[in-house]
Design a binder for this molecule. Structure first.
Ligand code: MG
Length: 127
């Protein structure tokens, strides 16, 4: 996988996971890419993404995501890279678990009840 001319409609999750696995293996980093370390790395990189939006309004964040797209995309990809490596380290099939979890979320947040509401599912009014 060459890496720089792919896009979301042309690549599979497996290809991205394989690319990440090779990237890690080539640097002999597999020993460091444990579930513990990777869970922390995901949070660290998520915090770096959050830092880009610290102290701006929701409206400004929408503008910032466009005006600083590359640097924000790079932070998002840092999260994604560690997420892919976690899936490799823990042998988690992201697509199947993602769909399974989203089905659970759909039950917790039925569209007709949750539409336009941001409340946690335990606080949603079910009619
Ligand atoms: Mg980063």
């Amino acid at each position: 996988m060459s890496g720089n001319r792919l896009n979301d409609s042309k690549v599979t999750v497996k290809e991205l996971r394989d690319f990440m696995k090779q990237f890690v293996a080539e640097r002999d980093w597999t020993q460091f890419h444990t579930p513990k370390n990777l869970s922390m790395s995901i949070a660290v990189e998520a915090a770096e993404l959050m830092e880009k939006f610290q102290f701006v309004s929701n409206e400004e964040s929408v503008e910032l995501a466009q005006s600083h797209k590359q640097e924000i995309a790079y932070e998002l990809c840092d999260v994604f890279a560690y997420l892919l490596s976690f899936a490799n380290a823990a042998d988690i099939d992201l697509s199947s678990y993602y769909m399974e979890k989203m089905a659970l979320n759909a039950k917790k947040y039925p569209a007709d009840v949750a539409r336009g509401e941001y409340a946690k599912y335990t606080k949603l009014e079910k009619n």
